[in-house]
Design a protein around this ligand. Structure first.
Ligand code: FAD
Length: 474
């Protein structure tokens, strides 16, 4: 009797506890993916994430085929498909790595119950986090709302375990995956990639989804940028961050792998500041952990303010302003460069994400949920925990959030973090030839920059309007 490994947000073979457990039982392994767009409570993926998923599934299938197996792909309500598959294939057990959203947990619980009723073993593992949400608690046993305290407690809980290697012996199923009652589909049938128009050219030229791409990207980061991470991570023109977020999102690599590989690289390095860089990098992984902690204890985080007093915020309706923001035509170079980077590559630098999000919420006074939805659709790393938690952080409505009254000035942010204008010029060819002294305030250039848009709102006015709206909340 085989064991089924149900792959979801863990599209890799290394450090995959469910796969390793299956390998250790010595049974034949069937690797399965179920594309579930029907179960209640599962948020449909955005366009860029669907593109990534396609590539990552393709890569898992390739990796399994290279080891004599294959990925069996199905479509439908997972809580019906999985127990049916298990019965049809006479499986002894189904293993998977855990997910933390409320809808996902409901599906997994239903599958577990159905399998147990059928007398089939169901076992889940932690493949996605360093610390699962319930394992880190305040002294009084409640969830954390403040990052620094959360991260301290995580440290006290002990170091994340070492990552697992790809199992050396994988007895993989390679048959046609044709079960009696569940129709198998080809990956292409899922239509995850755009067809017409094919807008994914920029994604294809910037990314290589899947485990091999993740490991190559990690190696590059550790060799080239870990040593300067703490000092340069805020400068979008320097490309000094790891760019591993979409790989983490889809589990093409695990946080345990990053944690330990970064430590090994730091230990091998000789420069004195390397441990400061290591700790900074690890604390960013910590923010990801904190987001998952928040998601687990606040399942409505992508749709409801964590601080309910923000429910009374007088958000504006302004379709033209939203469109200008989405298209990168607000007239503020750092905002526009970020939004065009996002549209072209499916990714944006963290500092710039904070600036564009602040601009939408505070300068335009538009509900953070509209920004969250746009990011959800356009980011290759669109993450159920990180995206919502970060938007709420910027909006001021989140846990441990930036105070609402701190309004980023997009000109000063540009001048501080992109002093030579390298980043904005990369994405805004209109500003070619504009001197760095005015590149973040092109309206002050002696002669007008003809093709670059006028500012859609003036900073001092917008700032005051935001502060007034906030004061009105009481
Ligand atoms: P690195 O600096 O190399 O960090 C390594 C990893 O740590 C990242 O890959 C990521 O998993 C995690 N990380 C880094 N910074 C943060 C952070 N501030 N919060 C949580 N985790 C972090 N990140 C996503 O993964 N998905 C999202 O959908 C997402 N939406 C965001 C929306 C807004 C408005 C903002 C301000 C931030 C958002 N982030 C999101 C967090 C952060 O911007 C990205 O994780 C980061 O830019 C990814 O780049 P990197 O892999 O080079 O990061």
């Amino acid at each position: 009797r085989p064991v089924i490994v149900w792959l979801r947000d863990d599209l890799r073979l290394s450090d995959n506890p469910a796969l390793t457990a299956a390998a250790n039982c010595g049974r034949r392994i069937i690797c399965v993916f179920v594309h579930d767009e029907e179960s209640e409570g599962l948020r449909p993926l955005g366009g860029a994430a669907r593109w990534w998923l396609h590539g990552a599934l393709q890569e898992v299938d390739n990796a399994l085929r290279a080891r004599g197996g294959r990925l069996c792909v199905y479509r439908g309500v997972a809580s019906a498909v999985m127990p049916q598959l298990a019965a049809d294939s006479k499986a002894a057990a189904v293993y998977w790595n855990r997910r933390y959203g409320a809808g996902e947990r409901r599906v997994d619980e239903a599958v577990k119950t159905a399998l147990k009723t059928q007398g089939i073993e169901a076992k889940s593992f932690n493949g996605h986090l360093l610390y699962e949400p319930w394992s880190i608690k305040t002294k009084s046993g409640t969830p954390f709302r403040v990052f620094s305290a959360f991260w301290r407690a995580a440290h006290e809980a002990g170091e994340a375990s070492q990552p697992l290697d790809v199992p050396s012996r994988l007895n993989l199923f390679h048959g046609p995956c044709r079960q009696a009652s569940t129709p198998r589909v080809e990956l292409a049938d899922l239509a995850l990639e755009p067809s017409s128009p094919d807008w994914a050219g920029g994604l294809r030229s910037n990314w290589r989804p899947g485990e091999a791409g993740a490991l190559a990207q990690l190696e590059f980061f550790l060799e080239e940028h870990l040593n300067e991470y703490a000092d340069l991570r805020d400068f979008p023109g320097r490309l000094a961050t790891s760019r591993l977020s979409p790989y983490l999102r889809f589990g093409n690599i695990s946080p345990r792998q990053l944690w330990h590989a970064a430590e090994a690289a730091a230990n091998a390095a000789t420069n004195p500041g390397v441990h400061r860089n290591l700790e900074k990098f690890r604390s960013e992984l910590g923010w990801r952990e904190f987001s998952y902690h928040l998601l687990y204890y606040n399942p409505e985080i992508s749709s409801q303010n964590l601080q309910t007093r923000f429910d009374g915020m007088p958000w504006r309706t302004d379709a033209d302003a939203i469109r200008a923001w989405q298209l990168g035509k607000t007239g503020y170079p750092i905002v526009d460069a970020g939004m065009r980077e996002l549209w072209t590559t499916g990714w944006m630098h963290n500092r710039v994400r904070m600036v564009v999000a602040s601009f939408l919420v505070k300068h335009l006074l538009i509900d953070w949920r509209q920004g969250e939805a746009w990011f959800w659709d356009t980011l290759v790393d669109a993450d159920p925990a990180n995206n919502a938690a970060s938007w709420q952080w910027v909006a001021g409505s989140g846990a441990d959030a930036a105070p609402y009254f701190r309004v980023f000035n997009p000109v000063l942010q540009g001048e501080k973090f992109d002093p030579d204008g390298r980043y904005v010029k990369r994405w805004l060819p209109e500003l070619d030839g504009v001197s760095s002294s005015v590149v973040h305030r092109p309206w002050q250039r002696g002669s007008k920059v003809e093709v670059y848009p006028e500012r859609i709102v003036e900073h001092d006015f917008a700032r005051q309007r935001a502060l007034d709206a906030f004061k009105g909340l009481g």
